[in-house]
Design a protein around this ligand. Structure first.
Ligand code: ATP
Ligand code: MG
Length: 424
C-alpha cells in the first residue's frame, strides 16, 4: 500500500515554520485590538447557499472554486472560501436585534478554494482579516486601509516594498452604469474573448477582468477604465483620498481594481508586494454597503480587508526578528533504569516550577547517546543522575555553554535555584 500524502494544494506547517505564523498572528492580534477589533471565530463549514448569495453566482469562487458536499442530511455544505460572508451571517444571527452600532471584528483561519496550486496559491490557505460593520463614513475607509498598512509596518515591512491600489466602484446605481459602459466598450472585441467571458458579459461584465485566461487579459488590458460615480460617491471617494493623504498613506488609483466578489461597492483596494511574483496581492478589501441588507438584515454599511498569510510569508521571508527558538532548555539524563523514577520526579518538579522546556530521552539508552541528543537540541543545562553520585545524594550539573560540570545536592529546590534566571 502506498503512503498517504497531504492533499494537493494543502500543506503541513511544521515546528520551525510555525514560529513565523505565530509571530504574524500575534502581531495581528496586538495591532487589531489597539484599533478596537475583537476576534471572531466562525465555523469552517456553512450552508453553500450563504456563499452563493453573498459572493455571487457568476464569480470564479462560486462557479469553480468552492468545496461543496452533501452531508448525511442531504444538506448542501461548503468549506468557507473567504471570511466576510460568514461574519455577516454571524452578525445577523447574533447582533441584529441590537440597536445599530459599530462592530469591529477580526478573524484568523483557513479558507478553501479548489484552484490550481502554484506559488502563493493553495487550496487550503489562510487569511487574517477585519470587518468594520455599521458605518459609511469615509474616515472609516481610510482607517481600515491605514490599519492594513500599519499591520505591514508592524511586521517590519518597508513602505517601498508594497503598494496600496485604490478604486471606487460607486453605489449600486453607479455599478450598473459602470457595467453598462464596459459592455459598450467591450462589445466590439467580445468575439475574441473566451467562451466564459462571453457568457459573463451579460450577467456581470466586471467578472471579465478576473478571467484566468491570459489571452483575455491581454485583450482587456486595452479596454479603457470606466468611471461613472454619482456626486455622493465621488465626494465619498475624494474624502477617503484626503484622509489617506493627511495620514501620509501612499496609494495609487487603479480603476482596474474590481475585485472577484460581487458584493463590493464604493471603495475597493488591494495591496501588492514587490517581492512576490505572479500572485502579488497580499491583501484585498473594500466596502460592502448592501450585503447585510441583501442577506436579510437592515441597511448596514460595512468595510473590511483580508490578508493571505501564505503570501505574507513569501513577502517577509527571512526578514523580521521573530523567535525561532524551538530548542529544549534542559535535559535530565540518567545512567540506568533504577534512576528513572528519581529523574521523573525531578522532571515533573522542574517543568512545573521553572517553566523551562525540559525532557528526558531514555529511549536513547546509553548515557553517551542521551548527552549527544542534549547537544543536538541545544540544551543549556544537563542534569546527570549517576549511580556513584546518587549514593551520595548528589547529581552532576553541567553547563553546556561553558562545559563546566559540578556536583550539586540532589534536592529539587537547590537545583531549581541553580538554573533560575539563567535561561532566556
Ligand atoms: P487572487 O487574485 O490572487 O486569486 P483573490 O482576488 O481571489 O486573489 P481574495 O478573495 O480577495 O483574493 O482574498 C484576499 C487575499 O487572500 C488575496 O489577496 C491573497 O493574498 C489571499 N488568497 C486568495 N486566494 C488564495 C489562495 N488560493 N492561496 C493563497 N492565498 C490566497
Ligand atoms: Mg482568486
Amino acid at each position: 500500500m502506498g503512503m498517504l500524502k497531504a492533499l494537493r494544494g494543502t500543506k503541513d506547517i511544521l515546528p520551525g515554520e510555525i514560529e513565523i505564523w505565530q509571530y504574524i498572528e500575534q502581531s495581528a492580534r496586538d495591532i487589531f485590538s489597539i484599533y478596537g477589533y475583537r476576534e471572531i471565530r466562525t465555523p469552517i463549514v456553512e450552508e453553500a447557499e450563504l456563499f452563493k448569495r453573498s459572493i455571487g453566482e457568476c464569480t470564479d469562487i462560486v462557479q469553480k472554486e468552492m468545496y461543496m458536499f452533501k452531508d448525511r442530511g442531504e444538506r448542501n455544505i461548503a468549506l468557507r472560501p473567504e471570511g466576510t460572508a460568514s461574519i455577516v451571517r454571524a452578525y445577523l444571527e447574533n447582533y441584529s436585534g441590537q440597536s445599530p452600532h459599530i462592530k469591529k471584528f477580526f478573524y484568523i483561519g483557513p479558507m478553501f478554494r479548489a484552484e490550481r496550486p502554484q506559488k502563493g496559491r493553495q487550496r487550503q490557505f489562510h487569511q487574517i482579516g477585519v470587518e468594520l460593520i455599521g458605518s459609511d463614513e469615509p474616515f472609516r475607509d481610510a482607517e481600515v486601509i491605514y490599519l492594513a498598512v500599519e499591520f505591514l509596518k508592524e511586521l517590519h515591512e518597508d513602505e517601498k516594498d508594497f503598494c496600496v491600489k485604490l478604486n471606487s466602484l460607486g453605489c449600486e446605481n453607479d455599478k450598473v452604469a459602470i457595467m453598462q459602459k464596459y459592455r459598450e466598450s467591450i462589445k466590439p472585441i467580445l468575439s475574441s474573448l473566451c467562451e466564459e467571458c462571453r457568457t459573463r458579459y451579460d450577467k456581470n461584465v466586471l467578472r471579465l477582468f478576473d478571467c484566468k485566461n491570459s489571452e483575455c487579459n491581454k485583450i482587456l488590458e486595452d479596454v479603457k477604465a470606466e468611471n461613472a460615480l454619482c456626486a455622493a460617491c465621488t465626494n465619498h471617494f475624494e474624502l477617503v483620498k484626503e484622509y489617506l493623504n493627511d495620514w501620509k498613506v501612499k496609494f495609487i488609483i487603479d480603476p482596474k481594481i474590481i475585485r472577484g466578489l460581487d458584493y463590493y461597492t464604493k471603495t475597493v483596494f488591494e495591496i501588492t508586494h514587490r517581492k512576490l511574483g505572479a500572485q502579488d496581492a497580499i491583501c484585498a478589501g473594500g466596502r460592502y454597503n448592501n450585503l447585510i441588507k441583501d442577506m436579510g438584515g437592515n441597511h448596514t454599511p460595512a468595510i473590511g480587508f483580508a490578508f493571505g498569510i501564505e503570501r505574507l510569508l513569501l513577502a517577509i521571508e527571512g526578514e523580521p526578528p521573530y523567535h525561532m527558538d524551538e530548542k529544549l532548555d534542559l535535559f535530565i539524563v540518567a545512567t540506568g533504569e533504577t534512576l528513572y523514577n528519581e529523574a521523573f520526579k525531578l522532571l515533573n518538579f522542574l517543568r512545573r516550577n521553572s517553566r523551562y522546556s525540559c525532557d528526558v530521552f531514555f529511549e536513547e539508552d546509553s548515557l553517551k547517546a542521551q548527552m549527544r541528543k542534549a547537544q543536538r537540541e541545544g540544551a543549556k543545562f544537563v542534569i546527570i543522575l549517576g549511580d556513584e553520585e546518587s549514593k551520595r545524594k548528589k547529581v552532576l550539573f553541567k553547563n553546556m555553554d561553558t562545559g563546566k560540570q559540578e556536583e550539586v545536592e540532589h534536592n529539587e529546590e537547590v537545583i531549581l535555584k541553580k538554573i533560575q534566571g539563567k535561561i532566556k
